[in-house]
Design a protein around this ligand. Structure first.
Ligand SMILES: [Zn+2]
Ligand SMILES: [Zn+2]
Length: 386
């Protein structure tokens, strides 16, 4: 399970793309433009998560055995000194975040818990257990809210205190395990990607429970990154798909699926509606749902398929016949761009200020992408691609 991070200010990639070697490596960009490994450290157990804090040059590496190791990187990036080990989890560490102001290192793991530890003393401050593996983590530094995604498909919002925590709410919407989370503290939006191939945007700041569904991937969504400046969401899936979503337009919420005992178009009973089947002497039909209006419909009343990008459906989905008629050609204009990663992406990280993206594949290859043509960040920050 390889991990990497792209340093914000230096052209440096920290990576451990070779799990069987159990190493953490620092790659430096040489004058030739090529990246070369400068230093590495061998770990006792495979690396499973990583957090790098640029200003203090501290790096936290979580391992399969549950421990987190902290290192300090020298100013010239040619030395890596071991600082301490944190007994964070009983099992694989899945995500780490470091908060300098509170001096906390917060992590989630496959022992079903979130733990937060003091980086000064190295001691455990608090822990909270979930009912399934905690797979990803986002943290709001100002309010101390932690978002934890888990294997059951649930996201828990907790407020962390010095030694305790309280559960604020749980977010349920995915039909598969949560594989990635992204919190935008400015617009107060939470994005979640899941093994059900979908992404959900949770409008936390709006306080009205508004959610937007984004369906454009055909495999597990492995990583997401929201670019606040341009209001674009970048997402990567396990099949190598890279999507850039335009979030700067007013999108529509996908409807709740309605329940009915008979087709809401032709009124024929569904097969479990024995009474009506008996009364009308008709055979029950299979229930489907129109993705646009949410009505429960039979197959005959929903023969057509259409994309509907304003609701997040970038590929063709089932719609009822009347909804199909209502969708105009211009409504089918895509609101995302799709790109080929050409390897099975397991992780992704972005250096938003320079418009660079790093993908790491199950093929153990680390790719660095110039995303400025699609995300257009360079205009705002003065970065020019070579
Ligand atoms: Zn029908
Ligand atoms: Zn419909």
């Amino acid at each position: 399970d390889a991990r990497y991070l792209l340093d914000d200010a230096h052209t440096t990639v920290f990576s451990s793309p070779f799990p069987q070697h159990r190493t953490i490596r620092v790659w430096l960009k040489r004058d030739s433009g090529q990246y070369w490994p400068s230093i590495y450290h061998t770990m006792s157990s495979p690396c499973s998560a990583m957090a790098y804090h640029h200003d203090s040059r501290r790096i936290f590496v979580g391992q399969d055995n549950g421990a987190i190791m902290e290192f300090h990187i020298s100013e010239d990036f040619n030395k890596m000194n071991f600082v301490k080990t944190y007994p964070a989890h009983q099992n694989r560490v899945s995500a780490i975040t470091f908060c300098l102001t509170s001096e906390w290192v917060i992590s989630t793991g496959h022992d079903k818990c979130i733990s937060w530890m003091c980086t000064r003393s190295g001691s455990m401050l608090g822990r909270h257990y979930f009912t399934s593996w905690a797979s990803c983590l986002q943290y709001d530094y100002e309010t101390r809210y932690a978002f934890v995604g888990d294997y059951s498909g649930q996201i828990t919002l907790l407020k962390l205190e010095q030694n305790t925590c309280s559960i604020i709410t749980t977010l349920k919407g995915h039909e598969g395990s949560i594989t990635s989370l992204w919190w935008d503290p400015v617009q107060r939006l939470l994005f979640s990607g899941a093994s059900d191939h979908s992404i959900i945007m949770w409008d936390i700041g709006g306080r009205k429970g508004r959610t937007l569904l984004l369906q454009g991937h055909h495999d597990k969504v492995q990583a997401i990154c929201y670019i606040q400046l341009t209001r674009q969401l970048v997402s990567c899936s396990a099949d190598g798909g890279i999507a850039v979503w335009n979030m700067d337009i007013s999108r529509e919420e996908a409807p709740q699926w309605l329940e009915s005992d008979s087709c809401q178009k032709c009124e024929q009973p569904f097969f479990w509606n024995i009474k009506q089947m008996w009364d009308t002497k008709t055979l029950g039909l299979r229930q489907h749902h129109c993705r646009k209006c949410g009505q429960a419909v039979c197959g005959k009343c929903s023969t057509k398929r259409s994309s509907y990008p304003i609701m997040g459906f970038e590929f063709q989905v089932r719609v009822c016949d009347s909804c199909f008629e209502s969708i105009k050609d211009e409504d089918r204009t895509s609101l995302a761009t799709f790109h080929e990663g050409k390897h099975n992406i397991s992780h992704m990280s972005m250096d938003i200020s320079r418009g660079l993206m790093v993908t790491c594949g199950s093929d153990r290859i680390v790719k660095i992408w110039d995303m400025t043509p699609v995300v257009g960040c360079s205009l705002a920050t003065g970065f020019s691609s070579r």
